[in-house]
Design a protein around this ligand. Structure first.
Ligand SMILES: *Cc1c(COP(=O)(O)O)cnc(C)c1O
Ligand SMILES: [Zn+2]
Length: 549
């Protein structure tokens, strides 16, 4: 892979054209304050170096396009086999619709069952690059599922704010991965506001959704795969059910880059489809307007698509469609459910209702003659969900926050928001782990963070461990015994000799069989002793819980 030193990504301000160097943390233009920035790569160099030929030797998957993704150090990549989904020809549905070239991009086959896996992989990779250990995300369901899975893998603590309209099955899936689930009674837009406020007051990294570089860049990989599968050409249409609009915006950017690389001849026309009860973009488009009027109270059972305030994403889609062609349609929930049944029976694809919305929209675009029989059409088969049975998690897997009575969603009164936030606050137990084996330390940290109320900091040797304890003043210390330099015994002696630190409980986690003399040395000094390789997460948690009582 490209070495970190040679890769540089430029950020272009979409408002004033100011150019900055991408480092991962930038959120606004330093010259004009614009919040939508665009990543640009050295495409000429890739073209000169025969990038397309190099690709042929690489394994399938999102990271084979790493030169065009916002990752500076490949060691930070968080992956679980995302991308590389099949582009399947929908023969039966094609015959029914009279379309000769209808292709389904089967994004259900991502690790968590939706195309948000691409976003989660790139976003958690960026978090790794920035050293982010805790993050907040607001979601209509699938982003939270995907982020929760990838965050678990990366050892990042995730706070997932979900609108209460998200089906319980999906929320439980998020909880299963160990994320903190906050169920907000209110619209998705209100949920986003609560999440942003929570992140701000707590100083936690906030995922910026469609405005983040990671999101748009990750979506480009769908364009790369589609073009490659079609023999390096662009389809005539890319159709997707749209909520925030990140998918088609990213796909269009992907095709623009392919044009510059000489690997595609055009950007496909973009067909966006929304739920009738929450279709601000479609309404604006059909009225010929560049700015969309927000929908305050979405009326749809399809929570995945319940973004009422499309904001700037719509303007971007609008200008893409002006430039490259496209269409916008809405579909009722009933039309979507009908499409869902048809798709399953015709081509064996079980999709989630949001995905079915795209198909219902496609049917309308074909019927109206907008899409022609010979057009090459790719539709994003965006998601399939896997229900987690109720009994697996018990009752305490989510916290409730109610902002619905706080007034209209757009001008959410501060008071309602703040009291809602207070409901999320909990006593967090701070844990310092002193452990020279980084993998062991990460595992401990993962076990604890999955239980929601622990904040874990890690030191990899004795002296820095003591230093960390002094700074953090944790509620409990977990230490290894065998460490190079200052060992665990010396660490404990030092802690116990210091009046300010001596009262903090210590749990020893060791792979060593202790001699009677060593046992005696520890007796009275520590609160629990666990044998590495012989404990499971429950044992560790039990001893911590006991120690803290
Ligand atoms: C997020 C999502 C959408 C909408 O995608 P955007 O590009 O963010 O508008 C559609 N379908 C499924 C299954 C999704 O998870
Ligand atoms: Zn600017």
């Amino acid at each position: 892979m490209t070495s970190p030193a040679t890769k540089s990504i430029a950020l272009h301000c979409t408002n004033c054209g100011h150019v900055m160097l991408y480092e991962g943390r930038e959120t606004t233009c330093t010259r004009c304050g614009e919040s939508i920035l665009e990543a640009r790569y050295d495409l000429d160099a890739l073209r000169r170096n025969g990038w397309a030929e190099q690709l042929m030797r690489r394994k399938p998957g999102l990271w084979r396009y790493h030169e065009l993704l916002p990752v500076l150090n490949p060691d930070h990549i968080v992956t679980m086999g995302e991308g590389g989904t099949p582009l399947v020809k929908a023969r039966n549905l094609g015959v029914m619709l009279g379309l000769k070239h209808l292709y389904i991009k089967d994004e259900r086959q991502g690790p968590t069952g939706s195309f948000k896996d691409r976003q989660a992989a790139v976003a958690t990779t960026v978090m790794q690059e920035l050293g982010v250990r805790e993050a907040v995300v607001a979601s209509t369901g699938n982003v939270a599922i995907a982020y929760a899975a990838y965050a678990a893998r990366a050892g990042i603590k995730l706070w997932a704010f979900l609108t209460s309209q998200v089906p319980g099955e999906k929320m439980r899936e998020v909880a299963l991965y160990g994320a903190e689930v906050i169920k907000v009674t209110g619209t998705y837009d209100a949920t986003k506001a609560v999440a942003a406020r929570f992140a701000q007051t707590r100083g936690i990294f906030l995922d910026r959704g469609v405005k983040s570089i990671a999101a748009i860049e990750s979506m480009k990989t769908m364009a790369f795969e589609i073009a490659e599968d079609l023999g390096w050409r662009a389809p005539d249409w890319f159709i997707q059910a749209v909520s925030g609009g990140m998918g088609p915006i990213g796909v269009a950017k992907g095709f623009q880059e392919l044009i510059e690389l000489g690997l595609a001849d055009k950007v496909p026309a973009i067909g966006i489809v929304q739920s009738e009860g929450c279709a601000p973009m479609v309404q604006a488009f059909q009225a010929g307007q560049r700015i969309a009027v927000p929908v305050d109270n979405p009326q749809t059972l399809i929570a995945t698509l319940s973004t009422g305030q499309p904001g700037r994403a719509y303007e971007m889609l609008w200008s893409l469609i002006q430039q490259h062609g496209g269409a916008a349609e809405s579909a009722s929930d009933d039309e979507a459910f009908e499409a869902m049944r048809l798709l399953a029976r015709a081509d064996g694809l079980s999709v989630e209702p949001a995905t079915a919305v795209a198909f219902a929209g496609l049917f309308k675009m074909v019927r109206s003659g907008t899409i022609k029989p010979d057009d090459v059409v790719v539709i994003n088969c965006s998601g399939h969900t896997f229900p987690v049975e109720k009994h697996i998690l018990g009752d305490q897997w989510a916290r409730q926050v109610d902002v619905s009575k706080a007034g209209r969603t757009i001008s959410l009164p501060e008071e309602g928001l703040l009291s809602a936030l207070e409901q999320v606050e909990t006593t967090i137990n701070r844990v310092v782990v002193i452990e020279d084996n980084v993998n062991a330390a990460r595992l401990i940290s993962r076990i604890l963070q999955a239980r929601h109320t622990y904040q874990v900091e890690i030191a990899t040797d004795g002296p820095s461990g003591i230093e960390l304890v002094r700074r953090v003043q944790p509620d409990v210390i977990i230490t290894d015994l065998m460490m190079p330099g200052m060992d665990g015994f010396q660490v404990i002696d030092t802690l116990k000799a210091d009046e300010a630190l001596s009262r903090i409980p210590v749990i020893v986690l060791t792979a060593k069989d202790l001699t009677p003399r060593e046992r005696e040395r520890l007796s009275g000094q520590i609160d629990a002793l666990l044998q590495k390789g012989g404990f499971i997460d429950e044992d560790l948690l039990q001893s911590i819980v006991k120690t803290l009582q």
